[in-house]
Write a protein that binds this ligand. Sequence first.
Ligand code: MN
Length: 226
Amino acid sequence: MKGIHYLLVVATLAVAASIVSAYDPSPLQDFCVAIDDPKKALFVNGKFCKNPKLVKPEDFFFSGLNMAGDTTNPVGSNVTTVNVDTLPGLNTLGVSLVRIDYAPYGQNPPHTHPRASEILVVVEGTLYVGFVTSNQADGKNLLFTKILNKGDVFVFPIGLIHFQLNIGKTPAVAFAGLSSQNPGVITIANAVFGATPPINPYLLARAFRLDKNVVLNLQKQFWSSN
Ligand code: MN
């Protein structure tokens, strides 16, 4: 009987471990280049995989991250994304990359990636960066911040709300790796005040302790992502 109990515990732990790591799957083969045409596909693993015999070096290639993004928008930043949609060879590999450009005093507003941690390196300029923890037992949400200069690295843990602000008079540039082929982005202000259709303004007024007219005014804004 003890042996059976031991096996049950091991089996339960194995199932728990597979649930804990259930973000992007571990690769089941060398690569699985994403493809939309099922006629050219062989295996299914999240997306279709391109027939390996048809795979080319270009499937693993992206060009253009030397180019600055256009930061002339309300938040003064631009994110250029290299994920499975723009680099199909990333399919099943659990990584992706972004370049972020910041106008002077521009920001990447508070947002979260539901499926990825993010490790960021500054290559130009000076950024004030930070993230906020989930709700703690004492009711607090702790803020962790740092000022980053060229060459400095900071990590934003998976799922937590984070931001960057260019505190310099000159443009800033950062690159970041994310632990998902498709990290997803939830820009907090856009999701809350720019939802389609709008969230009930009475609900938002009470949740944010704002006058309903302030909420209605916020909901009238044009919310665009950077
Ligand atoms: Mn981010």
